[in-house]
Design a protein around this ligand. Structure first.
Ligand code: F6P
Length: 326
């Protein structure tokens, strides 16, 4: 192994995701297990630039494994996108004798980390933490499972009122560029339709599917729409449908940031714990400029450039299931 990693720092960046705390806990405790000094950086890259850094001991991460959000806070930081900002961040790391960093976040976080590595050759490992599950190279990202469970819980409640009033609901879930939350929420809640950015369903096709509901004597319907759906968000799709299809009264519900909070599910806690452990072990084994992901239930290290640039495929065939099942 022969490494020189003795002092590491961990931070979160971008949108928060339930399970980030479990990952922070794992990094600190596995770091301590290996006699490393572990530091926490507050407010993401902004804190790295400003020197907002504190030593974290075992007890500092007690009682957080079950908490949503992130105890280290998070931010999106425009200054880190500049060379000057990244130089200041490097200065902070040098001033604190940090040997390597662990960045928990999504695509924007990894893009920053990768540029930082190419400029300063500073060892960095990314942990995928985003509810969107849109990172190539890992089967799941931290927070996705919790967000889907939260969304399904809300859809179940909407189902009750949709059923009572014989209404057609268009329910918007998060996912600016990605349909994973919509796909899993739709399949898990028995929706009649799912609309996602990766596969634009023509509104004509949706109308035809909805007409079949009338023939099948279905009394109510649920359509899940990802916020980034190309031909319209839930309100826009509902307006288009209402003009062409009057058999049901239409209603819209936007679940929004509810999906980002709450206690992480067991799946997210275990995923975060494995990734936090994997990232520290990876640094000690000389890994750098990589993401620590999970593929086929094994910890894997994926070059950050692949995690950022390559598109994680979504299984299109799953999109045809609601029409067959409902
Ligand atoms: O990337 C996670 C995510 O929740 C997206 O699904 C959503 O579009 C975005 O963040 C919202 O970001 P913000 O909280 O900054 O509005």
């Amino acid at each position: 192994m022969g490494n020189t990693v003795k002092r590491i720092a961990v931070f979160c960046s971008g949108g928060d995701a339930p399970g980030m705390n479990a990952a922070i806990r794992a990094v600190v405790r596995i770091g301590n297990y290996h006699d490393l000094h572990v530091y926490g950086i507050y407010n993401g890259y902004d804190g790295l630039i400003k020197g907002d850094i504190t030593r974290l001991e075992k007890g500092d991460v007690a009682n957080i494994i079950h908490k949503g959000g992130t105890v280290l806070k998070t931010a999106r930081c425009a200054e880190f996108m500049t060379k000057e900002g990244r130089q200041k961040a490097y200065n902070t790391l040098m001033a604190n004798d940090i040997d390597a960093i662990i960045a928990i976040g999504g695509n924007g976080t990894f893009t920053g980390a990768s540029i930082f590595y190419s400029e300063h050759k500073f060892p960095v490992i990314g942990i995928p933490g985003t509810i969107d599950n849109d990172i190539f190279g890992t089967d799941y990202t931290i927070g996705f499972d919790t967000a889907v469970n939260t969304a399904i819980d809300s859809v179940d409640k909407i189902r009750d009122t949709a059923d009572s009033h014989n209404r057609l609901f268009f329910i918007e879930v998060m996912g600016r560029d990605s349909g994973y939350i919509a796909l899993y929420t739709g399949l898990g809640s028995g929706a009649s339709g799912i609309m996602i950015p990766e596969s634009t369903i023509d509104v004509d096709v949706l109308v035809k599917e909805l007409e079949k509901m009338v023939i099948k004597k279905k009394l109510f319907g649920l359509v899940i729409v990802a916020e980034g759906n190309e031909n319209g968000n839930a309100q826009e799709i509902a307006d288009l449908i209402a003009k062409r299809f009057s058999d049901y009264e239409t209603k819209v519900a936007v679940i929004g940031h509810l999906q980002r909070g709450g206690s992480p599910t067991a799946m997210d806690r275990v995923l975060a714990t494995r990734m936090g452990h994997g990232a520290v072990e990876g640094l000690l084994a000389g890994q750098k400029n990589v993401m620590c992901g999970i593929h086929n239930n094994e910890v894997v290290f994926v070059p950050l450039k692949d995690a950022i640039k390559k598109i994680k495929p979504i299984d299109d065939s799953l999109l045809s299931l609601p029409a067959k099942l409902s």
